[in-house]
Write a protein that binds this ligand. Structure first.
Ligand SMILES: NC(=O)c1ccc[n+]([C@@H]2O[C@H](COP(=O)([O-])OP(=O)(O)OC[C@H]3O[C@@H](n4cnc5c(N)ncnc54)[C@H](O)[C@@H]3O)[C@@H](O)[C@H]2O)c1
Length: 454
């Protein structure tokens, strides 16, 4: 009964919004049914379902989900069921608009009209062909981070984005912390000199075995090597950039935001302590020293090791004080500024400013901002920033995996493209990465493989 009454309240509110809009000339009317923005969801896993929910809940509605695509039927079924439960008739995805396979994204986007939105929440390996098609179709886009996995796919995204900008498409990238008001206030205060010049930043994401970054050999119940890798995408560099890129990009990006610069070089360390029977390509410890043009450093430490001390935080240190950028989680950020270098979350003695305990959900804010830009034709394209964050992250990973110091300029010329034919994969075809006769995959070997990560 509770669900039903919620749903009918939503339907009522929707009707009220629609009628409130009747007769109002919207600044930017898209080509679908008057004022309703249609959505297609490509990649119907955990984040895909979450992003679709944020889209459907946005303050800038009305919105309707009309198509879904995935390489796994089961993911569409689960996501569709959950979304129908929560959003009722905002979900209009009959079986003929549920597309399974590597070309499903094209059919899902064919179901939209110019100005609608496609949500790209597959592993990042598939971003560039999907973005290319979205641009061709004149669609607005929300894409999850990272948006590229290596230098070659970053170059391609930056090139493609020129066409998106020419078409005035609105494109959001899922670095949601950039939409957090408290971090924005911290940034403004730092810009106004609250901690002097930033000379050091440090960030930690030290947890246990997160998501699918540790993978066991493919069992006989998994006939397709390609789909097995996709199901365990954090384990394979071609799909995700591995645990380094997928997990650490948020901390790296928010540190670079506060520094208001991207690093120009990196050196890195890392290794794999307990490989056991796991066949993934990740290290379980990463430690990168990034250098900015003014000589300031960013130290990024990542660990995916059970039973070790855990930490999740980003900090900035300046000539006049220090700051917590985020602590414990993405949200609430718990940002604060200290007059000394003694960062102590348990004491307010040195605190000169701190953000509130409760903050709006940044995953919702990023959607509210995107929709506001679409409705009111404001400039909104986060791809360049997303590509820089993805590439800077990948440069740190490359430094760890090869054991070489690298400049950003050198990294961006690197020719090892992990999956150049990613746009040509088929459900029954091979993966770009094939196991050897023992079922194992090539792993990074610092100092031995110096220009390729595997
Ligand atoms: N911003 C954040 O905090 C955040 C949080 C979680 C995930 N993410 C990002 O979202 C993306 C997806 O992560 P997830 O956790 O939802 O993974 P997931 O495995 O739950 O979902 C990915 C889905 O994409 C599907 N897929 C894979 N290749 C496809 C293709 N070529 N065409 C269509 N569908 C395809 C998979 O079958 C799966 O259902 C990743 O880039 C991840 O980094 C971001």
């Amino acid at each position: 009964m509770k669900m039903d009454s919620l749903r009918s309240r939503r339907t009522f509110l929707k009707a009220a919004t629609t009628s409130a809009l009747a007769g109002v000339v919207l600044p930017h009317v898209h080509a679908g049914e008057a004022s309703t923005i249609q959505l297609a969801l490509v990649g119907c896993g955990g984040r895909g379902g979450g992003a679709a929910a944020n889209a459907l809940k946005t303050s800038g509605g009305p919105m309707r989900l009309v198509a879904m695509a995935d390489v796994l039927d089961s993911r569409i079924k689960t996501a569709h069921g959950a979304l129908v439960n929560e959003f009722g008739d905002q979900i209009d995805v009959p079986p003929e608009r549920r597309f399974i396979g590597f070309d499903g994204y094209r059919k899902a986007m064919d179901s939209l009209s110019k100005g609608d939105i496609v949500i790209l929440t597959t592993p990042p390996a598939f971003r560039w062909p999907m973005y290319a098609f979205a641009i061709e179709k004149g669609l607005n886009v929300f894409m999850e981070k990272p948006i590229s996995v290596d230098a070659a796919s970053t170059r391609r995204m930056l090139e493609l984005n020129k066409a998106a900008q020419e078409k005035n498409l609105k494109v959001g990238v899922g670095l949601m912390c950039r939409h957090c008001g408290v971090r924005q206030e911290l940034f403004d205060r730092i810009k106004n000199g609250a901690i002097g010049d930033i000379n050091m930043l440090r960030a930690y994401r030290c947890k246990g075995r997160e998501a699918t970054c540790f993978t066991k050999p493919r069992p006989p119940s998994e006939p397709s090597e390609l789909l097995y890798q996709i199901k365990n995408f954090h384990s394979f560099l071609w799909l995700s950039g591995g645990s380094f890129s997928d997990f650490l990009i948020h901390n790296i990006d928010e540190c670079c935001w506060m520094k208001d610069a991207w690093p120009v070089a990196a050196k890195g360390f890392g290794g794999r302590h307990y490989r056991g029977e796991f066949i993934d390509q990740n290290f379980d410890v990463y430690d990168v020293e990034y250098t900015f043009a003014d000589g300031a450093k960013l130290f990024m430490v990542g660990r995916t090791m059970p039973e070790c001390s855990q930490e999740f935080a980003s900090y900035a240190h300046g000539s006049k004080g220090s700051a917590v950028i985020s602590f414990a989680n993405h949200s609430p950020a718990l940002s604060r500024i200290f007059r000394t270098q003694n960062i102590n979350l348990r004491s307010d003695a040195d605190v000169v400013w701190k953000g509130p305990k409760d903050e709006p959900d940044p995953y919702q804010l990023e959607w509210d901002h995107l929709i506001d830009a679409i409705r009111n034709d404001k400039p909104f394209n986060e791809v360049e920033r997303g590509a820089m964050a993805s590439a800077v992250t990948a440069m740190g990973r490359y430094a760890c995996h090869t054991g070489q110091s690298v400049t950003f300029e050198q990294y961006m010329k690197n020719e090892h493209e992990f999956a150049p034919q990613v746009d040509k994969l088929t459900l029954d075809g091979p993966s770009p990465l094939v196991a050897d006769s023992t079922g194992k995959y090539p792993v990074p070997e610092p100092g031995r493989k110096k220009t390729r990560e595997y």
